[in-house]
Every structure is written in C-alpha cells, then in structure tokens.
Design a protein around this ligand. Structure first.
Ligand SMILES: C[S@@+](CC[C@H](N)C(=O)[O-])C[C@H]1O[C@@H](n2cnc3c(N)ncnc32)[C@H](O)[C@@H]1O
Length: 311
C-alpha cells in the first residue's frame, strides 16, 4: 500500500485556512502521523499546539516526527468528542484554531493486526482506541439482522445491505466469525456476480460501515463540533477535512446552525430562543484538493475542507 506519511491532505489550504498566528494556541484534533501537526508547529513562535489522537500508537509515532517541535507541542490521548474536557484538563479554555482530518490513518489501515483492512486476513477488530470495548467481531457476531442492515445502509451506503446482513446471520450459525478474511468471504457470497465485477472491492462499504460503528465516528464528530464555537476566540478558525458525504454533511449542517443563530419563527417579534450567531463560513463551498495533489496522493481525491470563523 502507498505510504501516505508525507502527504498531509490539503496542507497549504489547511495552513492558509487556519491563518496561524505565531503566538496562537492551536489544536490538531486528529494527530495521526503528525503531518499537519508538524506544519502547524513549524509556523509557531511562542504559540502552542495541542495534538490529540485516540490511538496510543499514533501518539508514540508522532513523537518522532514532532521531535524538533516538542517544546511547542503537547500530545494528548483522547477522543475529540471530549474536546472541551481534554483542553480544560490542560488548563486551556480558549483556542485560536482547530483542525480535524477525519477517518483512519494509513498506519491503522496498513497494520493487519488492527483488523481495518479487507486486503489482509486478521482478527476482526477496527478499534482506533485499543482500550475501547466494542470491536468489529462483537458487532458481526452479536448484533441482530436489523441493526446490521441499518449500519451497512447508513454508514456504508451498501445497496446489498439486507443480503449481507442475512449472510452474516446465517454464517454465525456455523460458528463465530473471527477474521477479516472470513467476513470478506461472507460478503462476497451475498453479492450478485455483477457486484463482484465492480472496480471497488466488494467488502469496502461494509468494512467502512463497521469501522464507523465500532468507533462511533459520526457521533464523535457531531459532539466535537458542538463544542468548537465556545472554545474558539473571536476570529479563531475551525477547519474540518471530510472524506465522505456522511462526515461532510455533519460539518456542513453544524456550521450552518451556528451561522444562523436564532431559531425562532420569522414572525416572532422578539427572539425567545437565545441562540446567537457564533460562526461564519469562510467559503460557501467546500475547498477541494488541487489536481496536482490528487495526482500526488490519490487518497486526497474525496477530501473536502470546510472552514468557519468564530464571530
Ligand atoms: C486521517 S488521520 C489524520 C492524519 C493527520 N492529519 C496527519 O497529517 O498525519 C485520522 C486520525 O484521527 C484519529 N481519530 C479519529 N477519530 C478520532 C476521535 N474521535 N478522537 C481522536 N482521534 C481520532 C485516528 O486515530 C487517526 O489517527
């Protein structure tokens, strides 16, 4: 698999969007390999970067990449769903900017032991945080037909969701489904021959759905974005890179809600809801990677960057 470690996605657009002040306080909520963090830290003078990841191995790995900047960087293990609590634990109340680069990192995908990939046969796991309890094996072996079908439809946009859910329930009668390889075979057995001939791997969408469910990814995004306006200083920036429509929809709708402020019916003479505008979109449309970047790093193809500023 390609090594993406030198390709933090949309790097120049992110740096421009964060509008980094050398004395500012910034958060990289998805440290990963530390690519964006290194770029941000390099721009800081007296400022500070808090880099968060829920995956302990990401924090260890990033220490090497961020070694030249460690006097300006604080690494924190945690789920960005608890952004405010993580920062408050570090004595931080207000920040100048926050970056989210959602999804999995290439080391998570590439390490067969993590069980994220349909390309290698390994234990069905998919936890970003190895201390969490829920694994892909637990979902596949214990969730009922309706629950499986729902996540395959909603998180994987898998049109054969009922057939795959059914095949899993049937396979369970023969024994526990332990490995990614077993699951790939079950998924393939549920698909019509035409689907198996498609360019996309037949297990891709189901694996995406399981990963999102195991890690509660969409809830974490909603939860984190809820906290961002009260953390940002006026003029502070929110930058969020999404890789699929489910993530992007949450980002778009959250920004729109904070941008709108008051939710009272138009015909009310005075506001009774009390909501005030807290964010302003910096660009109406999402910012997309350039053709050169897509050429250099095909993974960036589906990236969308949305940027908002605290008013
Ligand atoms: C796409 S990678 C980030 C890559 C990074 N921007 C870079 O330049 O190397 C996403 C990272 O976010 C982490 N992550 C995903 N959801 C998270 C969450 N809810 N809380 C904290 N970290 C999360 C993953 O563990 C992964 O390491």
């Amino acid at each position: 698999m390609t090594d993406f470690s030198h390709y933090p996605v949309m790097r120049s657009q992110c740096l421009e969007a964060l509008s980094i002040k050398p004395e500012g306080l910034y958060v990289d909520a998805t440290l990963g390999l530390g690519g964006h963090s290194a770029l941000i830290a390099r721009k800081l003078g007296s400022g500070r970067l808090v880099a968060i990841d829920r995956d302990e191995t990401a924090l260890h790995r990033a220490q090497v990449k961020l070694a030249p900047f460690m006097e300006k960087v604080t690494l924190a293990k945690g789920n960005f769903a608890e952004l405010k609590a993580i920062l408050s634990g570090l004595g931080i109340e207000k920040i100048d900017g926050v970056l989210f680069d959602f999804g999995v990192s290439s080391p998570q995908l590439d390490d067969p032991a993590r069980g994220f990939s349909y390309m290698a046969d390994s234990k069905l796991d998919m936890r970003m945080d190895a201390e969490e309890r829920l694994t892909a094996a637990e979902i596949v072996n214990s969730w009922d037909y309706e629950a499986l079908k729902k996540i395959f439809y909603e998180y994987g946009e898998e049109r054969y969701a009922p057939r795959v859910a059914n095949a899993i329930i049937n396979a369970r009668r023969e024994g526990v489904i332990m490995t990614t390889g077993q699951l790939v075979e079950i998924i393939k057995s549920a698909m019509p021959a035409s689907a198996l001939r498609e360019k996309q791997h037949p297990a891709k969408r189901v694996f995406q759905a399981l990963r999102i469910a195991v890690n509660g990814e969409l809830d974490a995004i909603s939860c984190a974005l809820e906290q961002v306006p009260e953390l940002l200083k006026p003029g502070g920036r929110l930058c969020a890179i999404s890789f699929h429509s489910l993530e992007d929809r949450i980002v778009k709708q959250s920004i729109a809600r904070f941008e709108k402020g008051c939710t009272c019916p138009r015909d009310l003479p005075v506001c009774v809801c009390g909501f005030k505008q807290t964010l302003r979109s910096v660009s109406r449309k999402p910012i997309l990677p350039t053709a050169e970047e897509i050429e250099e790093n095909p993974r960036s193809r589906s990236a969308k960057l949305r940027v908002a500023e605290r008013v």
